[in-house]
Design a protein around this ligand. Structure first.
Ligand code: CUA
Length: 326
């Protein structure tokens, strides 16, 4: 039953208008799916012809008796030309469609909104250098405007993927890669990392919000929603910088790469080297800037440094937020 429903899922999705590649929310989506359709249905036709002919000939020309002789087969020019030209034309069509799409996707239009994307174990953060918005957890873009992403990694290979926009590209340390898109449907869509980048890989997810031009301007004027009281700023940074991917905010949740932070403040903590340390403002600060200086017992030194990424005010806000965990 589940196999049948899995096989029928594309048909259901196609009927619902979503397309079996999922929701279409950018100007690339329809044309990408069209190329996919041409390849898929071309392959289905080829499959039916080849397998059909194979089965037909197996039955029609089977050996009927032990002393049956077959006549030798000579070439047939017409047939040979046909089965060379028809697939060649099909491949040229696929190439032209694919190449057109690829060229479009590789040349961001002038006037696109520029966004810097930073991948880091295990979160995405976004900055809008020309709009003075820095380090947000979500990508927020206006509808019907081209957006250019300039992407880099703080550590290892990641890959930036927005299925609803049909865009995906590797994110590398030491080199910038570029993607662009124009979202044409308001809503919230998933961002995934599609390069295995460590044990937090599956939690390296984000959201892209497509909003009206007016709502986008309001969000920019608000500093990308990163303002507020120290507690509020701390809470937003805790999500935006990916702390939440490795540290639970209550005391008991285990199994994450980092120690839980609930009820942690004020506690004496056992360290990997056998010594003890009191969790106070200075220890939290040091752990953010030099994470591997004092690693808690039972944990690996895997946390990346946030030195240079956080302003003094932001570090204080994070400490305020961490103190608030019950
Ligand atoms: Cu980053 Cu997987």
């Amino acid at each position: 039953m589940s196999l049948i429903s899995t096989l029928l899922a594309p048909v259901k999705a196609a009927k619902s208008g979503a397309g079996y590649m999922g929701e279409q929310a950018s100007t690339f989506a329809a044309s990408t799916d069209q190329v996919f359709d041409v390849i898929l249905w071309g392959s289905v036709v080829a499959f039916v012809i080849i397998i059909g002919a194979t089965v037909l000939f197996m039955v029609k020309y089977r050996r009927r008796s032990s002393n049956q002789k077959t006549s030798p087969i000579e070439g047939n020019h017409r047939l040979e030309i046909a089965w060379t030209i028809v697939p060649a034309v099909f491949f040229v069509v696929i190439f032209v469609m694919g190449f057109n799409g690829w060229m479009k996707m590789n040349v961001p239009p002038a006037g696109a909104i520029e966004v810097r994307v930073v991948g880091q174990k295990w979160s995405w953060s976004f900055s809008y250098p020309k709009l003075n918005v820095d380090g947000t957890a979500h990508l927020v873009v206006p509808e019907n405007r081209p957006v250019k992403l300039i992407m880099s990694s703080e550590d290892v290979l990641h890959s930036f993927y927005i299925p609803a926009f049909r865009i995906k590209r590797d994110v590398l340390p030491n080199r910038y890669t570029v993607l662009w898109f124009e979202a044409n449907k308001r809503g919230e869509y998933d961002i995934f990392c599609t390069e295995y980048c460590g044990d937090g890989h599956s939690r390296m997810i984000g959201r892209v919000k497509v909003v009206s031009a007016k709502a986008f301007q309001k969000w920019i004027d608000d500093g990308g929603g990163m303002g507020g009281s120290p507690l509020e700023i701390g809470k937003k940074l805790f999500a935006a910088k990916g702390c939440v991917g490795c540290h639970s905010t209550n005391a008991d949740r285990k199994g994450l790469p980092g120690p839980p932070l609930g009820k942690a403040y004020g506690k004496m903590e056992q360290l990997a080297d056998g010594s003890k340390v009191k969790i106070d403002d200075n220890y939290i600060r040091e752990s953010i800037l030099k994470p591997n200086a004092k690693v808690v017992k039972g944990y690996q030194p895997v946390m990346p440094t946030f030195a240079g990424q956080l302003k003094e005010k932001q570090i204080n806000a994070l400490i305020t937020y961490i103190k608030s965990f019950k």
